[in-house]
Design a protein around this ligand. Structure first.
Ligand SMILES: Nc1nc2c(ncn2[C@@H]2O[C@H](COP(=O)(O)OP(=O)(O)OP(=O)(O)O)[C@@H](O)[C@H]2O)c(=O)[nH]1
Ligand SMILES: [Mg+2]
Length: 283
């Protein structure tokens, strides 16, 4: 139905960034892994586990304001059952991170235990934020810092280096570029990450991708589609996008439905939450 194989989502700069991040990790006490609440399994790539062994780990979900609340609560319970207690936020909310900063300052490494035993003052805690592109890593840093210290944009690939950002007298954090896996065995995973906005728009097969989005919406969130666009959901996907185009008056030469614009509009409205709170990972 959709073919995501044609995307080259792992450009050369991600490979280079992975090398630089591995170096920076040596200077860090811990790692803050940021995932997207709308895909709490798919948005943590495997490379994170490979490069962050033996590090203190803190798990954070961004975009909790956009996720299906009931489903996300169940998914958080599953993490907790495995002994992982993730934080989850709307990272744009300036109050979101109050408890988080205290938590990071109180993380104790084995080096800290030694310092405490010897009666030395504790060194500054240093972390790195890691995750897929556009997930909210730089927003998270700004949220903790209480001001704009890291560059943020709603486009994957905004952060290109690893600046060290002072958050408080006790905590510093390296920002980092977002990285995807070089290969995703399950192509639905990279399709979901593309829907979330982690792959550059210019290289996306929009028809295939928006067919996949429609598939998820019709199966799991039909009411959101019907309420927003006032359409019935019969017909092929192209026909449904035609109905959406007609209902929004997206027309070519005054009368024909512009399905291409309708597809882009639905994708944008899904990403921004205008279609409601929708999660891509099931269960
Ligand atoms: N609704 C919502 N939007 C968020 C949240 N966190 C981040 N964003 C938005 O997501 C977009 C990307 O945020 P960034 O902080 O630049 O993401 P990043 O992970 O640093 O991205 P790269 O540097 O490109 O890898 C921005 O438009 C943010 O405003 C959140 O919790 N909720
Ligand atoms: Mg960034």
């Amino acid at each position: 139905m959709y073919n995501i194989n044609e995307i080259n989502w792992f450009p050369g700069h991600m490979k280079k960034a992975l090398g630089k991040i591995t170096e920076k990790l040596k200077q860090c006490d811990g790692v803050i892994e940021i995932g997207d609440a709308r895909a709490p399994y798919s948005s943590f790539p495997d490379y994170l586990d490979k490069i962050t062994q033996n590090k203190v780990k803190v798990y954070v979900f961004s975009k909790a304001d956009l996720a299906d609340q009931v489903l996300f609560s169940k998914q958080l319970e599953k993490y907790k059952a495995k002994g992982i207690e993730p934080f989850s936020f709307d990272l744009r909310d300036p109050n979101a991170s109050k408890g988080m900063l205290k938590y990071l300052a109180n993380v104790r490494t084995s080096q800290d235990q030694r310092f405490l035993r010897l009666g030395f003052p504790l060194p500054i805690k240093r972390f790195i934020v890691l995750g897929i592109p556009n997930v909210g890593k730089s927003t998270f840093i700004n949220c903790l810092a209480g001001k704009k210290k890291a560059a943020v944009e709603n486009k994957p690939g905004k952060t290109r280096s690893e600046p060290l950002i002072k958050i408080s007298s006790q905590v510093e954090i390296f920002d980092a570029p977002g990285i995807l896996e070089p290969n995703y065995e399950n192509k639905n995973v990279i399709a979901k990450l593309a829907l979330l906005g982690s792959v550059k728009m210019e290289i996306l097969p929009i028809v295939a991708l928006t067919d996949y989005l429609l598939d998820i919406l019709i199966t799991r969130y039909p009411k959101n589609l019907i309420d927003r666009y006032q359409i019935d959901l019969s017909g092929t996907y192209e026909e449904i996008y035609s109905k959406i185009a007609l209902s929004r008056k997206l027309l070519i030469s005054g009368s024909k439905p512009d399905t291409s614009r309708a597809r882009n509009m639905v994708l944008t409205e899904f990403r921004s939450g205008q279609l409601g709170r929708i999660s891509l990972d099931e269960e």
